[in-house]
Write a protein that binds this ligand. Structure first.
Ligand code: HT7
Ligand code: ZN
Length: 853
C-alpha cells in the first residue's frame, strides 16, 4: 500500500465551487448524475484529478458536450481540460447501495438509504477531488419510490419537492454553506420524526428533527433535550450560534462509528439516539448526551472551520472532544466526568501510545486514514486542548478560540492555525508546547521529595519514551497542578499551584513543613502523563480522605489499590487492610455524593494493573484482583448490604444523585458477588427481576453472568426472551456473556458467534461480542491462544465485508511485546496469518503489518 506523507501536502490544482447531484434512488442500483463546476487554481494547465472508489463513469460531459479526453488512473478519473481555467464537468455513475457492506458511501440499512462520507466515502458515490480543502456549495435532487422512501433528506434546506412518474416523488435540497465532500449526506427511507425547535441567541427559530424508524419515536426525547442543551451551551460558552434554519438527525442501525456531523443532517448510530429507562442504562443515557453534543459542536469546530488535510484530524476531533467533555461536566458532575475521561484515556490511549501503533496527535504519515480515528487523535487530542485551557484560564482561552473562529471561518485550517490563534488570542508562548503535536508517547514524570534546611522541594524528571520512528524525544511543556499538605494536623499547606515543566529535570519549591508533606500531584489530571512517585500507604490513605481536589482523592485511592494489587501479583503480598480501611472511609460519603464514591471505590481494571507491569500476567492479575475484591466484599459486607437494602432510585429519575445511587448499588453487588456468600445469586436475581430499568437490570445480569448459578441461566434466558426484538438491548445480552469472568468465556463467545441473532453485517453486534472479548484481558489472553485465534478468524472473515470494522479489532493483538514469550509468539503468529490472506484490505494490511513491528 502507498504511504501518504504530511509533508507532501500541496494545495488543490482545481477548486469546485458548486456541486449539483441528481440521484435516481433504488436500493439495488442508484443512478448518480453529478455536475461539478471547476475552477483552476494552478497557474499552468493541469488535468482534473477526480478520486473514485469502485466507480465506472457511464458518461462524461464538459460544458454540456460529450467528452472523450479522460482516462482512468487506477480507481481515479483524470479529465484533461486543456487550457481551460473553468468548466462544468458532468459525470454519470451507477452505484449499488444494497451490496455496499463497507457502510461507506451510499448504503442500505434496514431498507433505508443513507450515506457516510468521512473520511473518503464520497468517492464511492461519484468522482470528485474528495479532499477536505475543496469546499463547495451543494444542490441535491433526489427522486425515488414514494412508498419505499417517503422521507427524502439532505444537507441544508429543502427548497422544492413534488411527485414524479410511476409512484415516485422527489425533493431538492440546497446547502448555502460551502463544505468539503466528507460532510455531504443523503437519507431516504420510511422514517418518523420527533420535531422541536430552538430559538438562537439572535432570535432565529431553528426547526429540529430527530428521524427514526416507526416504533422508536418515544425513545428520542433524551437526544432532543441534549441537542437543545448543546445549542444553548455553545452559545453561552463559546458564543457560537447555529447557522441554518433546520437541524436534522437520523438514526441508523448499521453504522461504523458513533455518529457523523454532516452539515445540517447528522447521521447517528441508533445506539447514541435511542434511550428509555427500560432499555438504556445511565451510561447509555450519558453516551447519547455526549455524542449528540459532540456532533452538534462540530458545526463550528469541524464544519465552519474544517481541516486542510486528514493529518489535521485532531484539529476538529481533539477540540470537539474537549468541548463535549466540558459540556457533559457542566450538565452533571465535573469530578466524576473527569474521572471517566481519564479512565478512558488510560484504557484506550495510553496503551496505544505505548505500542506499535503509537502516533502523534498530528501524524506524519498513513496508509489508510480510517485507521487514524484513534484514541490518540480524539482523546489525547482533547487533553492537549485541555492543557492549553488550563495554562491560560477560561477567559483567555475564550479569546483564543474567538480569534480562531473569526480568522478561519469558512476555511480549511491546520493544527498550527489553532495553536497560533490561542497564542495570539490568549497571549501565551506555545513554542515548546507544539511538541505535543509532533511527539508520540506518554511522558513519564519521576518525582522525589528533597529537603533543604526545613524547606521541602519536589524534584521532577521527565522522559518521553521512544515510539515507532521517533527514537529521541525532547522535553515537553507540561502544566502540572500540585498542592502539598501537612498530615500532622497543623494545617500547613501549599495551596494549589500550577507549575509549568519545561526541562528534563526541574526542582519545584514546596515551602516549609515540619515533616514530609503529602503531595497532591497532577490535580484534576492537568496533564496526560504517567507519574512515578513512591508514596507510603498511609500518605495515600490520608490523601484519599483529605485532599481538597476530588480527582486527586480518587487518584490516591486508586494508587493505593494499584500498589496493593501489583505487589500481590508480583508475589509480594502486603495485605489488604489499608485498602479496606480507605474504602470503608470513602463509603461514609456515599449518601452525599454516591456517583463520586462509586467511581472512587472501584478497583483498577485488569488491563490497567497489567499496564504497571513489565510482563503482564493475565491469570495472576485476575486471581489477585478477585481475591482483593472478595476481601473487600467480606470486610465491608454490612456497608455493601446497607447500600443494597434500600430501594433503588426510580429508573425515570435521571438526576445526578439517582444515577450515582444506581452506580453504587452495582458496585456493591459486584463486591458481594466476589465473595463466596451463598445468597448472592439469589440477591442478584431478585435485583434483576425487580429492576424497573436497564441500569439495575444490566448490572445484576452482568454480575450473574460471571458465576455458575441456576439464576445465571434463568436471567440470561429471561433477558433474551424479553428483548430479542430490540437490537440495541440484544447487543447487551451478547456483551455481558463476552465480559464474563468465567473460565469458559472464549468457548462461549465461539458458540455465540453461531447464534442466529449474531451477524457480521452489523458493527454494533460485532463489537458487542468480539470487542467485549478483547477487552476481557484474562479471556482474550487465555494461555492456549484460543482468544487470539478467535479474533484473527473474525478479522479474516470480516475484512472482505467491512474492512474498517475489521481493522479496529487488530490493536489488541499488537500488544504482544507486553506478554510472555509463549503468548507473544501466538499473537504474532495470528498477525502473520492475517497478513497471509490474499486480497486483504488496505485497512487491515496497515494495522496488522505495523502491529508486528
Ligand atoms: N467525524 C466522525 C467520524 C466518522 C467516521 C470516520 C470513518 C468512518 C466512519 C465514520 N463515521 C463517523 C465522527 C465524529 O468524530 O464525530
Ligand atoms: Zn468528532
Amino acid at each position: 500500500p502507498v504511504t501518504i506523507h504530511r509533508g507532501d501536502y500541496r494545495p488543490p490544482d482545481w477548486q469546485v465551487p458548486d456541486v449539483a447531484l441528481d440521484f435516481a434512488l433504488a436500493v439495488e442500483a442508484t443512478r448518480v448524475a453529478a455536475a461539478l463546476s471547476v475552477v483552476r487554481q494552478a497557474d499552468a494547465p493541469t488535468p482534473l484529478v477526480l478520486r473514485g472508489d469502485g466507480l465506472t463513469p457511464a458518461a462524461v460531459r464538459v460544458d454540456g458536450e460529450g467528452w472523450n479526453d479522460w482516462r482512468m488512473d487506477g480507481a481515479d478519473l483524470i479529465v484533461d481540460l486543456g487550457e481551460r481555467t473553468a468548466a462544468t464537468v458532468e459525470i454519470d455513475t451507477l452505484i449499488h447501495p444494497a451490496s455496499n457492506t463497507q457502510l461507506m458511501g451510499l448504503y442500505a440499512s434496514n431498507g433505508m438509504l443513507c450515506t457516510q462520507c468521512e473520511a473518503e466515502g464520497f468517492r464511492r458515490i461519484t468522482f470528485h477531488p474528495d479532499r477536505p480543502d475543496v469546499l463547495s456549495r451543494y444542490k441535491v435532487r433526489m427522486e425515488g419510490d414514494k412508498a419505499a422512501f417517503p422521507i427524502l433528506l439532505s444537507n441544508g434546506n429543502c427548497i422544492a419537492k413534488g411527485d414524479g412518474a410511476g409512484g415516485n416523488h422527489w425533493a431538492l435540497w440546497e446547502d448555502p454553506w460551502p463544505k468539503p465532500s466528507y460532510l455531504f449526506a443523503l437519507v431516504a427511507g420510511d422514517l418518523v420524526v420527533n420535531r422541536d425547535s430552538f430559538t438562537t441567541m439572535s432570535g432565529r427559530e431553528v426547526e429540529l428533527g430527530i428521524w427514526v424508524r416507526d416504533g422508536d419515536l418515544d425513545r428520542t426525547e433524551h437526544a432532543m433535550q441534549a441537542l437543545k442543551d448543546s445549542m444553548a451551551w455553545d452559545e453561552r460558552v463559546y458564543g457560537r450560534e447555529y447557522d441554518l434554519d433546520l437541524f436534522n438527525i437520523v438514526a441508523v442501525s448499521d453504522f461504523n462509528m458513533g455518529a457523523m456531523e454532516n452539515k445540517g443532517l447528522n447521521v447517528f448510530n441508533t445506539r447514541y439516539i435511542l434511550a428509555d429507562p427500560d432499555t438504556a442504562t445511565d451510561v447509555d443515557y450519558d453516551g447519547v448526551e455526549g455524542v449528540v453534543a459532540h456532533e452538534y459542536f462540530h458545526n463550528w469546530s469541524g464544519n465552519r472551520v474544517t481541516c486542510r488535510d486528514w493529518f489535521q484530524l485532531s484539529l476538529k476531533e481533539g477540540f470537539t472532544v474537549y468541548r463535549d467533555q466540558c459540556f457533559s461536566a457542566d450538565m452533571g458532575s465535573p469530578a466524576v466526568k473527569r474521572i471517566e475521561d481519564v479512565r478512558l484515556l488510560r484504557a484506550a490511549q495510553f496503551p496505544e501510545d505505548a505500542g506499535p501503533l503509537a502516533h502523534p496527535i498530528r501524524p506524519d504519515s498513513f496508509q489508510e486514514i480510517s485507521n487514524f480515528y484513534t484514541a490518540t487523535i480524539y482523546n489525547k487530542g482533547a487533553e492537549i486542548i485541555h492543557m492549553m485551557a488550563t495554562m491560560v484560564g477560561a477567559d483567555r482561552f475564550r479569546k483564543g478560540t474567538d480569534l480562531y473562529f473569526e480568522r478561519h471561518d469558512g476555511e480549511a485550517a491546520t493544527c498550527e492555525d489553532f495553536v497560533r490563534a490561542i497564542e495570539e488570542g490568549a497571549g501565551i508562548d506555545l513554542t515548546q508546547f507544539r511538541l505535543w503535536y509532533s511527539q508520540a508517547g506518554t511522558p513519564r514524570l519521576t518525582l522525589s521529595l528533597a529537603q533543604e534546611s526545613g524547606d521541602w522541594a519536589l524534584d521532577v524528571t521527565q522522559t518521553v519514551p521512544p515510539t515507532p520512528g521517533q527514537d529521541d524525544k525532547q522535553p515537553m511543556m507540561i502544566p502540572l497542578k500540585l498542592a502539598a499538605f501537612a498530615m500532622d494536623g497543623s494545617g500547613a499547606a501549599l495551596p494549589e499551584t500550577l507549575v509549568t515543566l519545561t526541562g528534563a529535570t526541574q526542582r519545584v519549591p514546596l515551602g516549609a513543613f515540619a515533616a514530609r508533606p503529602a503531595l497532591s500531584i497532577n490535580r484534576g489530571f492537568s496533564a496526560p502523563v504517567i507519574v512515578d512517585f513512591a508514596r507510603a500507604d498511609g500518605e495515600l490513605a490520608w490523601l484519599a480522605a483529605n485532599d481538597d481536589d476530588p480527582f486527586a482523592r480518587y487518584e490516591a485511592l486508586q494508587q493505593l489499590m494499584l500498589d496493593t494489587l501489583v505487589a500481590a501479583v508480583s508475589g509480594k503480598a502486603r495485605g489488604s487492610q489499608a485498602v479496606i480501611d480507605a474504602i470503608g472511609q470513602t463509603l461514609a460519603g456515599a449518601a452525599t455524593d454516591p456517583a463520586f464514591v462509586a467511581e472512587a471505590v472501584l478497583l483498577p481494571s485488569e488491563a490497567f494493573i497489567g499496564d504497571q507491569m513489565v510482563t503482564v500476567d493475565p491469570g495472576a492479575i485476575r486471581r489477585e484482583r478477585l481475591a482483593l475484591q472478595a476481601a473487600i466484599g467480606t470486610a465491608l459486607e454490612s456497608q455493601w448490604r446497607a447500600i443494597l437494602a434500600g430501594a433503588a432510585p426510580p429508573a425515570t429519575d435521571l438526576s445526578r444523585k439517582a444515577k450515582g445511587g444506581r452506580r453504587l448499588r452495582g458496585v456493591a453487588l459486584a463486591y458481594l458477588a466476589a465473595t463466596a456468600m451463598d445468597d448472592v445469586p439469589a440477591l442478584a436475581f431478585r435485583i434483576f427481576s425487580d429492576a424497573d430499568g436497564m441500569t439495575e437490570r444490566q448490572a445484576a445480569l452482568a454480575t450473574l453472568a460471571h458465576g455458575d448459578s441456576d439464576e445465571r441461566v434463568a436471567a440470561l434466558d429471561i433477558f433474551y426472551q424479553r428483548y430479542r426484538d430490540n437490537p440495541l438491548v440484544l447487543d447487551k445480552w451478547f456483551q455481558v456473556q463476552a465480559w464474563s469472568l468465567r473460565a469458559d468465556t472464549v468457548d462461549a463467545v465461539k458458540e455465540l458467534a453461531q447464534h442466529p441473532d449474531f451477524t457480521l453485517a452489523n458493527p454494533n453486534r460485532v463489537r458487542s461480542l468480539y470487542g467485549a472479548l478483547s477487552g476481557n484481558q484474562a479471556a482474550f489472553h487465555q494461555a492456549d491462544g484460543a482468544g487470539y485465534r478467535l479474533i484473527a478468524d473474525l478479522v479474516i472473515a470480516l475484512d472482505p465485508k467491512n474492512p474498517q470494522t475489521s481493522a479496529r479489532m487488530i490493536p489488541p493483538l499488537g500488544r504482544w511485546k507486553r506478554f510472555d514469550d509463549a503468548r507473544a509468539a501466538m499473537m504474532k503468529a495470528e498477525l502473520e496469518r492475517i497478513l497471509a490472506q490474499p486480497g486483504l484490505s488496505r485497512d487491515v494490511t496497515e494495522q496488522a503489518s505495523k502491529s508486528l513491528l
